[in-house]
Design a protein around this ligand. Structure first.
Ligand SMILES: [Zn+2]
Ligand SMILES: [Zn+2]
Length: 277
């Protein structure tokens, strides 16, 4: 049993063939289950502020779901799950609560991508913040937003827990989790109390910061604190990204003594022994 639970297909509502290509590639790699987790918000073509509305998201994700169901019919040896990557923006969260509760997702990733309106999850866009501020300011603000998102809590796992290091490594050097332990531990404790899991996001192992999200030290804290659920995701935006660096991520988990990965159906998690993968 092998899964990829963080995949983007930004054209999924309009293009069945692309979903089919993702599914074909997954089967080729021996992946048994994938979850499409497109962004809740929309990005204007040519730049500008992203936006979220209940109506737009409901209409778009209804199309995504139909596309996934159509693709599923062609694949008997691959489970295709209906997911989403949520974005924490304080003023959106009431409406997002309604949207999430009214849509029958299997799995939801909660992510923070912005600090002070700057996209810090993209190494090419983070400069306006990182060139002007100290690491302590940028990373602490990120964790403050993450804490608020976990307090909100209407999702399955936290995505790319320390994604800020992707571009941050160029400005501040390697990320040292110990410096933020007093912010990270309460977040993990609240995640445990709410049954929220954490994803192992492999998108940067071979580029930019060359590390897993989260840092192995944070995974150790997850185990000590008693986080129950771990998922595996490539954060693939291209078909070639699917399943990237999974062996290394699973090895890191095992080294820490975490032996299970979880899958989700209608938001209910099921654990699998990593040895079964
Ligand atoms: Zn993301
Ligand atoms: Zn993503």
């Amino acid at each position: 049993m092998l899964i990829d639970y963080h995949l983007h297909n930004h054209f999924s509502s309009d293009s069945e063939s692309k979903t089919k290509k993702i599914a074909e590639k997954a089967v080729k790699l021996g992946i048994n289950e994938i979850c499409l987790t497109n962004h809740v918000e929309t990005f204007p073509i040519g730049g500008g502020k992203e936006s979220f509305s209940y109506e737009e998201a409901s209409a778009r994700f209804a199309k995504v779901k139909k596309d996934l169901e159509e693709t599923q019919k062609e694949f008997t040896n691959l489970q295709i799950k209906f997911g989403i990557e949520l974005e924490y923006v304080e003023e959106w969260m009431d409406e997002m609560n309604n949207f999430v509760n009214d849509t029958d997702f299997d799995f939801l990733i909660g992510s923070v991508h912005e600090v002070d309106g700057v996209n810090i999850s993209n190494a090419l866009l983070c400069d306006p913040l990182y060139s002007k501020t100290k690491e302590q300011y940028a990373y602490s603000k990120y964790f403050e937003s993450m804490m608020k998102m976990v307090e909100w809590g209407n999702f399955s796992v936290v995505g790319h827990f320390d994604v800020f290091k992707k571009g941050g490594v160029r400005y501040y050097g390697p990320f040292e989790p110990e410096k933020y332990k007093n912010q990270i531990i309460p977040i993990l404790e609240l995640m445990r109390d709410k049954g929220i899991g954490i994803e192992l996001n492999t998108s940067c192992i071979h580029r930019e910061c060359k590390e897993l999200f989260p840092h192995p030290t944070i995974l150790k804290w997850c185990k000590e604190i008693g986080i129950e659920h771990y998922t595996l995701g490539s954060d693939g935006h291209k078909v070639g990204d699917i399943g990237q660096n999974f062996e290394q991520a699973l090895q890191t988990l095992k080294n820490i003594g975490i032996n299970t990965i979880s899958t989700y159906s209608k938001r209910k998690p099921t654990k699998f022994q990593i040895s079964e993968f």
